[in-house]
Design a protein around this ligand. Sequence first.
Ligand code: ADP
Ligand code: ZN
Length: 742
Amino acid sequence: MTGPRYATVALPLPVARAYTYQIPADLLTRAVPGARVVVPVGARRAVGVVLAADVAPPDVHARPALRALDEQPALSPALLALGRWMSDYYGAPIGLALRAMLPGPLWSVARPAGPGEGSERVVRLIHRLPSLLEREAAFRRAPKRRAAYEALEALGGAAPLRHLGQRLGIGAAVIAGLVRQGLAEVSVTARPRDPFAELATPLPPVATPDQEAVIRAILEGPVERPAVIQGVTGSGKTLVYLAVLRRLVEAGRGAIVLVPEIALTPQTVARVRGAFGDQVAVLHSGLSEGERLDAWRALRRNERRVAVGPRSAVFAPVQDLGAVVIDEEHEPSYKQGSAPRYHTRDVARERARIEGARLLLGSATPSLETLFMVDTGRAHAYLLPQRIGSRPLPPVEVVDLRTAERVPEARVIPWSTTLDAAVTAALERGEQVILLLNRRGFATYLQCPQCGTVSECPRCAIALTVHRTPAALRCHYCAYESPVPAACGRCGHATQRMGGLGTQQLEHFLGLRFPAARIARMDLDTTSTKWAHQEILDRFARGAVDLLLGTQMIAKGLDFPNVTVVGVVDADTGLHLPDFRAAERTFQLVAQVAGRAGRGERGGQVVVQTRHPDHHAIRAAAGHSVAEFAAAELPLRRAPHPAYPPAVGLVRFVIALPDATRAARLAERVAAWLRRANAGTLAGALAVLGPAPCPLARLQGRWRWHVVVKAAEARTLGRVVRAWRARGRGAVVVDRDPASLL
Ligand code: ADP
Ligand code: ZN
């Protein structure tokens, strides 16, 4: 054939259509579907992915592609098909769907950056004083030094010298004092060592009969039916996944293991490494771009066969994929927050279908979506009802905060004598304690006792959180920060009252209550640096910390046998959010953190403090019972109640604009369009709700409205989002299967 040849190319842009380019003869063999090409876009150049080669010539003049970047197409035919599926299912522009699938540097026209990062002087704590007594002894006459120490600790143990000086006003002399005392060191950042590089835990040599039965049943079951491994906390689910994978890997196939957040699950990563050694590529955000690219290439070339990582690892270029495992499948972090807003579970199911791989979903508290798949025969559940070694699940005592006796010294802090006694006894026996409070900061708001004004974020319709060490009012949605005012901005009243307990205040109280205990706090504020999670969990594992407190971060799959007491300080923090999953998330969080207790021989005990002891989420969590929770919750998501997933599918259209009137007007237009579509081709299959202001009515200076549509048939929603994609309106976010309605 002579004459020019053409290909359609997807560009990583929010536009619905693909572009046609001419493919020069010397690029023809490489510019095949799935391969990256450099093409001109206006006056610039961009990297795109070939969708189809040898297409018909376009009506208008097509410019020639400039370079073809791949020897082997970056996206295999299976992954390209997965990208098309994502684009169609979520109504996302194809270019954005494909962009989510490849590491960032592969989209760069310039050479990808190497592993080097800019250097900077960093202060790092090298010796910790986790108990109040130690700290008081060390800083008797040095309050500034103590403040610096505590600020560093609150920042995760390390911070750039510049940040400390400019933002927090901590002088060089104070830092020098810490260094003299042997508590800190100042270094020019060399890249910190990757703590995952050598982590490996050998697997237990023999499976229990329960585990063996599940492993065999999964391997004998049909490949195309997802396997839900529903095992109570501590039942040994990890060994089951790995035994199934081992069969596949021994047969030369590859596998993907997905974890909610890699920094929070070092034990799982270590076990995968223990099972598969250097066949494993760990993909995590702590890697530099260059390192991540190396890991990607090693998988693409089949030099490594098992990928472990967070949600984006569902796209890992594993060759001859035999299985995808999703550990803690109920975790909200499996939903991507920006376009294409995919849910890893659904993408994994589609990828497994395309590639003929098994899908394994594991959790002690499966999502209702997954339980519904089991109920309707689209997945099969394998149960592990017993803990390893027949250890009992820890008894859970529910303390009613409305009536319970409290420790008087705790004042405003909800601290019952029951929880106090349990913690005191565990510490006396030299055992470890985990305390959950799912709210960071010191206090959740600051209010003037005279005029009632609450300090709010100027850009978001939300109260500012009070922080100490370092002190500031902070917005948890947009990171806005201001100094804590000395007086009320409205009426001038001199004292301000704080309300709502946060982890910093709890830590402060615990320090006073248990002065000899070594305490560590884990929340977003203490884990801002790369390896901070790992460092805190390491200290806890080594026994250098007695009491670990934190937000939901501490509830994820940790396995520490010396933890005998778990306390949920306030189980109600998420119970009343205006979101249909509020009860489900509360159940999962409480049941999961309860499951951290009693994993060793000494047994365990859990205390849950709540003002709603009869709520089904609390009761079911106290009984470690998924069945009880599902039996109470599923009917609430069906008629006569307003229907919600899994009973129906949802798509949420979010409109966010700086101008309030325009936002409301655009929302009206979106709703009108949806209603017209419903009256027309969709023949009334849709329920259109709204427009209404979002519960978070203003965020980052934008007014937010949403329109929520529901349909019983997935096909209906697919048609809606694709029709909307074809219209292409930038200011509207389309979120299918939303993780929240806030
Ligand atoms: P889950 O993820 O179900 O909560 P894990 O997989 O973390 O449970 O296992 C709980 C603990 O039991 C771990 O310490 C693990 O090493 C141990 N374990 C798992 N299977 C076995 C086995 N077959 N024999 C001995 N110990 C086991
Ligand atoms: Zn804000």
